[in-house]
Design a protein around this ligand. Structure first.
Ligand code: ADP
Ligand code: MG
Length: 399
């Protein structure tokens, strides 16, 4: 993406130190990493900079130490596993600024890597204190941000540093920005959005931004109940935010004004209680009984959404269509996920998805690798879908 400087704009970096912000907030259990995906995601950027001869100093946060050193939140346990993945030793520095950091970096040869201690051990990180960013900047010659997942935060290592040093997007950041641009920035139309999840209240900004950008918006999950209720349908005892009925009607009106077609479920899967393998009933709208709870979209709704996807060039998806954690209420999510994946393979559909539960649902459906891009960035992905400017991304724009 031409709006950002990337590693392609760098050539020989011998004698230079690159300060690289990565996301190493990995799941840990008793000092052991249980999923090293985030370490692997950083490898292309680290390898690229090493190949250009740079000394690489990695900046990262782990957990929430709230501005003071907390030994249990040290990054020290990550140096070994990262070195194993890189196939070269990674030196650990016990602080991310000052003498300890300086000594570790000075001792590096070209193409060698140091991991600096948790940036959040300093209060200046989350406060984005200029003097803390300046202390970080003293350590290097250039700044590379490869942590899209932290880009919705204006912290010293995600935003402030870019004010002190020439700033570049790392490979993983670049991949994420390219995918997001393909899905919503300058998408091939028609674009179909799928938004599910439990509540309208958590996704208001997202829905409002999307109706202005999409050709079709399919609403599913618990939040569809609020829309169905707002349109006068009975939803029994389903999860439903009745106080948001006006808001739901406003969103429908806004969609109409912006020529965005809204797809709501036309049939639903109900049960009396939630549990694996409980008795279910398929209901058409109008047939939902007072004691019913809606936990998934029905077969007619699945077919209608899949037909819309068949006409689309681009699909952007956040939020499961039902209570996917509990079978059989994963049926609609799995069916639409597999159909989408098939269209990617057979028709060149662009399909981009993100969100914590969405990633888990697509993984369970076995389609993660078939989608064009699945973002694991969580909050940053959602804020981007809401149309918000991400401070960590904005800071990378050349000024
Ligand atoms: P994401 O993490 O991908 O952004 P959300 O957190 O918004 O997604 O939504 C996921 C949650 O929505 C899941 O826990 C799922 O069980 C819940 N959900 C989906 N459909 C329903 C429904 N009909 N009733 C209650 N909860 C639902
Ligand atoms: Mg969630």
């Amino acid at each position: 993406m031409s709006a950002f400087r990337t590693l392609d704009d760098l050539s020989d970096l011998t004698g230079k130190t690159a300060l690289v912000r990565v996301d190493f907030n990995v799941p840990m259990d008793g000092g052991r990493i249980t999923d090293d995906t985030r370490l692997r995601v950083a490898l292309p950027t680290i390898r690229d900079l090493c190949a250009k001869g740079a000394r690489v100093a990695l900046l990262a946060h782990f957990d929430r130490p709230k501005g003071k050193p907390v030994p249990a939140m040290s990054l020290a346990p990550m140096a070994g596993p990262l070195g194993d993945l890189l196939g070269a030793p990674v030196v650990f520095a016990a602080d991310c600024i000052g003498a300890a950091a300086e000594a570790a970096i000075v001792a590096l040869g070209p193409g060698q890597v140091a991991l600096l201690e948790n940036v959040r051990f300093h209060a200046g990180e989350e406060a984005n204190a200029p003097e803390f960013a300046a202390s970080l900047a003293l350590l290097g010659d250039l700044y590379v941000n490869d942590a899209f997942s932290a880009a919705h935060r204006a912290h010293a290592s995600t935003e402030g540093l870019a004010r002190h040093l020439p700033a570049y997007a790392g490979r993983s950041m670049q991949r994420e920005l390219d995918a997001l641009d393909l899905a919503l920035g300058a998408p091939r139309r028609p674009v179909v959005g799928i938004v599910g999840g439990s509540k309208v209240s958590t996704k208001l900004d997202l829905l409002q931004n999307l109706v202005a950008k999409l050709d079709t918006l399919a609403i599913g999950g618990g939040m569809a109940n609020t829309f169905l209720y707002a349109m006068g349908h009975s939803v029994g005892e389903s999860l439903c935010e009745k106080d948001l009925a006006d808001t739901a009607r406003d969103i429908i009106a806004e969609a109409k004004a912006k020529s965005c077609e809204i797809l709501l479920p036309v049939d639903v899967v109900c049960a009396q209680t939630l549990g694996p393998g409980v008795a279910t009933t398929n209901r058409d709208l109008g047939g939902v009984a007072p004691t019913d709870k809606i936990f998934d979209a029905g077969p007619k709704s699945i077919a209608r959404l899949n037909a819309a996807i068949d006409l689309a060039h681009t699909v952007i998806w956040n939020g499961p269509l039902g209570v996917f954690e509990i079978s059989p209420f994963d049926a609609a999510t799995v069916a639409v996920a597999r159909h989408t994946a098939e269209r990617v393979k057979t028709h060149g559909l662009i399909a981009v998805a993100g969100g914590g539960d969405t990633v888990a649902a697509l993984h369970a459906a076995g389609v993660t690798d078939d989608f064009s891009f699945v973002s694991t960035a969580g909050g940053a992905f959602l804020e981007w879908m809401e149309g918000k400017a991400l401070p960590g991304v904005e800071a990378l724009r050349p000024r």
